[in-house]
Design a protein around this ligand. Sequence first.
Ligand code: AGP
Length: 609
Amino acid sequence: MCGIVGYIGGKNAGDVIIDGLKRLEYRGYDSAGIAVISEGAIESRRSVGKLAELGKILRSKPLKGLTGIGHTRWATHGKPSEENAHPHTDCSGKIVVVHNGIIENYLELKKILASEGHKFKSETDTEVIAHLIEKNFKGDLFKAVLETLKTVKGAYALGVISSDDPDTVIGARQDAPLIVGLGNGENFLASDIPALLPYTRKMIFLEEGDVVKLNKDGVKVFSKDGREIKRETKNITWDAVQAEKGGYKHFMLKEIYEQPQTIQDTILGRLFIGEQKIYLEDVKIDDKKLNGLNKVYIVACGTSYHAGLVGKFLFENLVKVTAEVDIASEFRYRSPVLDKKTLTVVISQSGETADTIAALRLAKQSGSHTLAICNVVGSTVSREADDVLYTHCGPEIGVASTKAFTGQLAALYLITLDWAAKKGSIKKDEFVRLINEFWETPSRIREVLKADPQVAALAKEFSQKRDFLFLGRHVNYPIALEGALKLKEISYIHAEGYPAGEMKHGPIALIDENMPLFVVATKSAVYEKVLGNIEEAKARGGTVIALATAGDKEITAKTDGQIYLPEVDEFFAPLLTVIPLQLFAYHVAEVLGCDVDQPRNLAKSVTVE
Ligand code: AGP
C-alpha cells in the first residue's frame, strides 16, 4: 500500500515529509518521491528503491520549501521506475499529485486528455489526476480538485499542491485511508498515524468522500460537493509500534481484518459490476490460445498451493478445462507433460519462492504459456511469467499468510470468470449472477469478522489440545488444509486437513476425546455428506466444531461448537470459510504465548530449496 505525507507550516517541508515516509516504510514500497513549493515553483525529487536512495539525491540537491507532499509507491499500474514514481505533475509542472488507490476509469480519461493535447510521461493512473486538475484549474486549486473528483471512479487518497496556490495543501479520500494532523502554525496529511506521531497527536480521520483544505493556520473539511463539514478531532495515545499495527496486537490480526479492503482492492478496476464485465489489463493471453488450452497446471507452495486447489474447481467448473494442482517442489522434479496447449499458473505471494520459480522456468522451457498470480510487483515470478495478475494486498508482514491467500482466491475468481465469459463456457445470466455474488464478498467478510469473539472463546477452550483434524469437502477441502496449516505453523499444534469423505479410509481410527475436529459444514451440494461425517465422528467420541451457515439448527444439535457464517453461494464459500480458521489459529497461538508474527523455524519467503 502506498504511503502519503503532506506538510504546510514553518518547518522545512522536505525534512518533515521524508521523516514521515520513513515511518510508513512498513507499508512496503518500491519507489519514492517528494515535491515542495520553493521560491514560487515546484521542485521535486524521485527515485526507485528505498528512501535511502531518495535521501542521497536530496543531500546532493536539497529541497527548500514550507509546503510539500511526498509518497512511497507500492506499484499497481506500471512497473517500479523513476518515471512512474510519485509525485506526478500536469503539463505545466505547476500542479503535483500523490495518490494511494486505483483509478478504475483512468484509461478512458487518459484518452480524452491526450486528445485534448495533454502529454503523459508515465504509465500510472495517478498522472491522469494531475492533468484533470490542470484542465479544471481556474485559479482555485480546491475547486479544481472538486471538479476533478466528479469524473474519476475508483479508490483514492490524494495529496495535491500547486505553485499557483502555494499556501494550500488539498487532500481527498475515497476507499483509501487519509488522516489530517493538526499542529500549531502547521498542519499535516498522511496515509497512517505513525507518520504524524512525532509532530502531533491531534488527528482527523477523513471519511469516504471527504475533501480537506490545509493552510498553515487552519484545516477545513468538505464533502465532495463542496459543503463544509465538521469532523471530530481525535487525540491518539498509541506509540509508534502500536500505530504501525493499526492498534492491533499483531500484524497477522491486522492483516486478517484488512481482507475486506484487500479483496476490494484486488477486484477494483477489474470487475465492472455496472457494465457486467471483467477487464484484466495485465493478462495478455489471446482468445485463440485460450480456446486452444487443453490443460491447466497450477503450481505453488504452502498456502498458495491451497489457493491453487480452489483454483482447480474454478477452472474445471467455469472454464471447462482440466486443471491439475501440484506442489512446486514436486512438480519441478517430475516430468510433467507440458506443451503449447498447456497453461501453467504459478501462485506466489512473495514471487521469490525458489521452488515456484524453478517450476515456472521448467514450464516456460517446455513451451507452456505461464501466468503468475503474485503480490509483489517486480518480483522474480512476476517478471519471468508471460502474464501476471497482481493481488493488491499490500505487504503481508505476518509470516502466516492470510490476506494474500484470499487475494489469490480473488484473482483466481477474476481470471476464471473472465475466461468463462470469453469462451462462453457459462451462460451470460450465470456469469452475471456469479459476478454479483463475488461483488458482495467484502461486505460478507466484514460480517464473518463479527464472529471473532466466538472464535476466540473456542480457541481458549481448545488451546490445550495437542492434535486437530480439519475436514472439508469439495471446494472447502482446500480450506480444511489451509486451516490446519495456519494452526500448526503459528501454535505448533499438530493438525491435519483431510477430505471429509476420506475419514473412513483410515483417519477415523484417530478419533477420541483428545482429537477435536473442525468441520467446514456450510450449506452446499455436499452438505448432507458432511453431516454424515460429523455423525461418524461424534459416534466415536469425537468433539466437533462446525463452520455452519447462519440459521442452521441441525448443525447446532449435532456438534459441540459452531461458528456461523452468512449464506453464500457455495462457489464463493472459500473466501468466507477460511476467515474463522485464520482467527482460530491466531487466538490459539496468542493464548499459548507463541510468536504469532514470527513463528519459530519459518521465513516469510522461502528463497532457498
Ligand atoms: C503460509 O502461511 C506460509 N507462510 C507458507 O506456506 C507460504 O504460503 C509459502 O511459503 C509460499 O510462499 P509464496 O506464496 O510467497 O510463494
